[in-house]
Write a protein that binds this ligand. Sequence first.
Ligand code: NAD
Ligand code: DAU
Length: 360
Amino acid sequence: MKRILVTGGAGFIGANFVRYQLEHGDEGLVIIDKLTYAGNRASLAGPLQSGRVILIEADIADRTAVDKAFHDYSPVAVINFAAESHVDRSIDDPTPFIDTNIVGTYTLLEATRGYLRQLSTEGRRDFRLLHVSTDEVYGTLGESGLFSETTPYAPNSPYAASKAAADHLVRAWHETYQLPTLITNCSNNYGPYQFPEKLIPLMILNALEGRPLPIYGDGGNIRDWLFVEDHCAGIWRVLHHGRTGEKYNIGGGNERTNLQIVDQLCAGLEALQPAASNEALRRRGLTSYTQLKTFVADRPGHDRRYAIDAAKIRAELGWAPALDFESGLLRTIRWYLENRAWSDTVLAGKYRLERLGEGS
Ligand code: NAD
Ligand code: DAU
């Protein structure tokens, strides 16, 4: 069986991509994942039983382990999802962001370079390495304009800087060593299996438990939201049809302020699980989810607005999001309501939905 090597496959987007690939592609998958707090076997329960998915618990910065995976499974492609992904955590402690996002990506590039040297001309010709990156590398937008592939990099958080560094390494390995690389820079994802430190799942779980919904600053910061399956479809297209050495922006065209998101979540929850029937709210004498909204101190260095110009991937590769934001958000709320056991499992570690990243 031909196999794709997927790093970070036990995380949010990785686990969704594994499902997407099983449904749409023929290749099997070899996952390398360190299983940090954000990576969970529970997110791969079904796929691991498919007979097409192998999970290796290892660090992408461990050259020996990465070399062994290449040697044992001879992948036809690599997709690098593995990363420390949470901006607030990067403010509290940038170290793992440097280790995984920069040193880990470097190690993966070098291991890939070594592996390609041993491949036949034909194997080398078809091979691709897709590095999954973020729109945060571009910094912040003012009230108008969009991020395009030629927008200069201006990262503002330790997370964004570490992702920008990784993108530069990938670019350099293409230019210098002709590694057949592709980079995707995507906007904010939402959907099933997202670790509940991120805005949308955090607000859903807090609301269900009658806890405050912490809105940073004035709630006016804007993100461009994309349903995770649409991101996976974009990655799949870029992997199969993108031009090596190129980068592709992926975004949903769904700009919303954080306050709009929280209000929409409250409305969605009210429709699917009315506050009147929620024991946790009743105990606190509350009659609606919106009463939980709480403005808190802003995130240090908080980027004001992200918005993607996805014209390149749309025109070159015919990609477009399939799901509108309203349907996607309701689908996501329903998923978290129906999968409380998954949330309980991934929250069994140290993290308990508390505020992160306040800075000093
Ligand atoms: P996530 O935090 O949910 O998952 C990251 C995964 O990587 C986890 O399974 C974790 O265990 C694994 N991992 C971490 N360090 C590792 C290491 N050293 N070696 C091997 N595995 C390691 O992240 P996500 O939201 O799924 O993001 C995936 C990728 O997409 C990241 O590169 C992120 O920067 C990028 N991205 C995310 C978004 C978003 O909105 N979530 C948007 C654009 C781009
Ligand atoms: O833009 C892509 C990026 O989107 C990805 O590269 C990152 O991996 C991903 O985490 C995400 O980064 P954000 O910082 O935008 O996501 P987060 O969910 O942390 O925050 C979204 C917005 O909501 C942001 O403006 C901060 C705000 N926020 C967040 C939390 C956790 C709040 O107001 N309250 C909160 O409790």
